[in-house]
Design a protein around this ligand. Structure first.
Ligand code: NPQ
Ligand code: MG
Length: 363
């Protein structure tokens, strides 16, 4: 299989409702999609970088530059995805850019061979449980009505985004309104520091599944873990399988959130899964407000055996009025793993065209 070139397409997807986290409020998703054209098949990739470097250091313009200037030329002679990954590894950083290129090449290779993403990665389930991430609200009543709606839609796990000033009270209110049996967790996106340990320990009363990335230092999570009963889950800090092994050995986390974009691709994501499973550490699949393209790959990943906790694997309509591919839906609390070759979904050409803000072909 020979790569003829890669189309980079920027699309603008309005969010149905603004999504607020400890790092900011998003009103739309500025997405970079890749279409790899090879001699045998086409493959789609999605870059999960945000338009501004708020979640991590990457941003969409930077990723597009790195992909077109360094990554596509580096992989142009590769005859397999494994070879392409090695060719990209000499460039430091830029995991989201690398992950998008790898995803497009992998999709092309799998479509050519007729194998699904799930089968390739090692999926062991036909469906995955659907969790949902709930943004910081303006007040408690509006949070409760949002959570009530998601529970009515069948989501089996609720994650509340938290920040200093919006933590114990929203958790208390959700527990009070919906009871102790709703699987509930929180995500701080690194908004706290170690001096908040005693405050964060107040969350121990609410029987949370986990607290995700409370601090901005990998090392400080070791100290915090000793002061909390609530398990610590790491997201932003886990940048590779090697770092996952180090974090687990150091006692920095008891659970790991896996996002392929954050660790440089689905092959590395599978290695993170393998390392965690070998250590008996449960993992779950994170989300970056993906379109149906990225969502298809996440759903396949989430079907691996070590993904024993529900992920931020939601329906397309959690974020978008209209999705470019799918749509993915929640049925009986689960999302179905696509079975077709590659990602098992392709974007709708007309919708793509109407959302496109720029398109270039790099060869
Ligand atoms: C997390 N995701 O787990 C991320 C953070 C996040 C579903 O909570 C635009 C693009 C907005 C990516 C907001 C969820 C985003 C984004 C939050 C990622 O930490
Ligand atoms: Mg997170």
């Amino acid at each position: 299989m020979k790569l003829e070139g890669v189309e980079l397409r920027r699309i603008r997807m309005p969010l149905r409702t603004p999504f607020r986290t400890s790092f900011g409020t998003e009103h739309e998703r500025d997405v970079l999609l890749l279409r790899a054209v090879t001699t045998e098949a086409e493959g789609w990739g999605e870059c999960v970088a945000m338009s501004e470097p708020l979640y991590s250091s990457e941003h969409v313009d930077g990723a597009a530059e790195v992909i077109s200037r360094f990554l596509v030329p580096a992989v142009s002679g590769a005859t397999s995805v494994a070879q392409a990954s090695v060719a990209m590894a000499r460039f430091k950083g830029h995991p989201m850019a690398k992950a998008a290129v790898e995803m497009a090449l992998l999709d092309a290779q799998l479509r050519a061979s007729g194998m699904s993403f799930g089968t390739f990665l090692g999926a062991v389930r036909p469906t995955v449980p659907a969790g949902v991430s709930v943004g910081i609200a303006s007040d408690i009543p509006s949070l409760l009505s949002t959570v009530e709606g998601f529970l009515a839609e069948g989501y089996v796990r609720i994650k509340l985004k938290i920040e200093p000033g919006w933590d114990v009270e929203p958790v208390r209110a959700v527990r009070g309104a919906f009871g102790d049996s709703v699987p509930l967790q929180v995500d701080a996106n690194a908004a706290y520091s170690l001096s908040d340990a005693r405050h964060l320990a107040r969350l121990d009363d609410f029987d949370l599944l986990l607290i995700e990335e409370p601090l901005d230092s990998l090392h400080d999570h070791v100290s915090l873990a000793r002061q909390l009963r609530t398990p610590i889950c790491l997201d932003e800090s886990i940048t590779s399988a090697r770092v996952a092994a180090e974090a687990i050995s150091a006692g920095a986390c008891q659970v790991v959130n896996i996002k392929a974009g954050r660790v440089g691709g689905y092959l590395e994501a599978r290695r993170v899964h393998d390392v965690c499973s070998a250590h008996g550490v449960p993992v779950w699949c994170g989300g970056m407000l993906e379109t149906g393209i990225g969502r298809a790959a996440n759903v396949a990943l989430a079907a691996l055996p070590g993904f024993v906790l529900p992920g931020d694997v939601s329906a397309s309509d959690r974020y978008f009025a209209e999705d470019v591919a799918g749509p993915f839906v929640v049925e009986e609390g689960s999302v179905r793993v696509p079975e077709g070759a590659g990602l098992g979904v392709v974007p709708d050409a007309g919708l793509l065209a109407s959302l496109t803000t720029s398109v270039v072909f790099v060869s």
